[in-house]
Design a binder for this molecule. Structure first.
Ligand code: SR1
Ligand code: MG
Length: 396
């Protein structure tokens, strides 16, 4: 395991790192807020920086009693390489050490995590659209449309990530609905959770999403695209958006990445509503249709360049887009439930006092029910309308 003290020697031992940053004048900080890994931010006397991320043989959030393969670092390195060739909105990989399971990453200390910015009431203008474009770029670029069928099958086989997918399968599409030891909510919400877990329509819808996640291989997903996996800096023309933390990457349904992002933006909206910022809540809910529109626009730009236009006519695209949308709505419903009921909750809701928590968490659970049960007939605009209406009912 790397430590603050051993990082200097580690950097000095790797040519790719020692040539970029001076190990002799290094300042090292262990960031320590990740769920899974060790993360060190390293800066030298000239202000040059990089980040080291080391996969431990267990899940850091829980400890050694939850072992987890360090090969997740290999999967993340591979995913970054693929995704950064398709989009500029990816935190760059500088070096990968498969023996010590260490990734060296671009230092984005001048950025902030999107969730942090949202929690402090900062601007989100243009960010959701960038994420929509990013998802379209990686979805198209790693699909059979861009790669051709043979290459696609090989890539999908090479990107299997069973151990990390098992976390997703347990935490996002199983435990909130069927119950689990590691579920928890504050006492006031317990009756509502029990009621939902007794609702066979909601549970069956979640299991249908589990089936989609397990059996669908459309593109190389980011795999964990929540607002804590996005760095942002600046606004307007100066806006920089960088996705990171793709260790959950796998071939899966394209709607999964969009759905996770949507649920986290809706949670930010629920927080805003709970603290009395109704207009901001509406704006945050509106990021669902705006990111979907950006996804559609970018996807349509890629579409004419597909390898086999005769084999995949426009009618196929329209059908596929429809199924990506219903997946995205359904996975948003799963992620919404998970971030309230299951393990690894979100600070948007968890940092609220009990009264505000009851409003925000209650809203996100209502969203989960409506998103899951109505997923095949809900548009992206409908998601925002649903959230606005529920907010109006709850916050007067
Ligand atoms: C035990 S890991 C819990 C969560 O952290 C990651 O960010 C993923 O969201 C995962 O589900
Ligand atoms: Mg993560």
């Amino acid at each position: 395991m790397l430590s603050v003290d051993s990082v200097r020697g580690y950097i000095a031992s790797r040519e790719a790192l020692a040539s970029r940053i001076d190990p002799a004048t290094l300042d090292v900080k262990e960031v320590g807020d990740g769920n899974l890994n060790l993360v060190f931010v390293c800066t030298d006397a000239q202000g040059r920086g990089l980040v080291l991320k080391q996969a431990l043989p267990y899940v850091r959030l829980v400890g050694p009693e939850w072992p987890m393969t360090e090969l997740r670092a290999d999967r993340e390195a591979a995913a970054i390489s693929v995704h950064s060739a398709l989009s500029d909105d990816v935190c760059a990989l500088i070096d990968f050490d498969p023996d010590e399971h260490v990734l060296a990453l671009e230092d984005l200390s001048d950025h902030e995590v999107l969730r942090t910015r949202l929690n402090r009431g900062g601007s989100h203008d243009g960010i959701a659209e960038r994420i929509g474009g990013f998802v379209a770029d990686i979805a198209y670029g790693t699909s059979f449309l861009a790669l051709g069928e043979q290459e696609f099958r090989g890539r999908a086989a090479g990107a299997v990530n069973s151990e990390l997918c098992a976390i997703t399968e347990d935490l996002i599409v199983t435990e909130p609905y069927l119950g689990a030891e590691r579920n928890s909510v504050r006492p006031g919400l317990e009756p509502e959770v029990r009621r939902m877990q007794g609702d066979s329509e909601w549970v069956a819808a979640a299991m249908a999403m589990k089936y989609r996640f397990l059996t669908t291989q459309e593109a190389l997903l980011h795999g964990d695209l929540h607002s804590g996996s996005v760095f942002v800096r600046g606004e307007g023309d100066g806006l920089s958006v960088k996705t990171f933390d793709s260790e959950f990457a796998c071939y899966g349904p394209v709607g999964f990445d969009l759905g996770l992002f949507w649920a986290n933006m809706l949670a930010a909206g629920a927080r805003a509503a709970a603290v009395g910022e109704r207009e901001r809540a509406r704006d945050l809910n509106a990021t669902v249709p705006s990111s979907w529109a950006a996804f559609r626009r970018r996807f349509d730009e890629h579409w004419p360049h597909r390898r086999n236009p005769a084999g995949y006519p426009d009618s196929f695209r329209d059908q596929w887009i429809g199924s990506i949308l219903s997946d995205a709505v359904g996975f948003a419903g799963c992620e919404a439930a998970r971030r309230i009921i299951g393990l690894a909750k979100v600070s948007d809701v968890e940092t609220l006092g009990d009264g505000e928590y009851a409003i925000a968490a209650g809203l996100v659970l209502r969203y989960s029910h409506m998103l899951l049960v109505q997923r095949s007939r809900m548009t992206a605009e409908g998601v925002a309308t649903m959230a606005d209406m529920a907010t109006t009912e709850v916050v007067r």
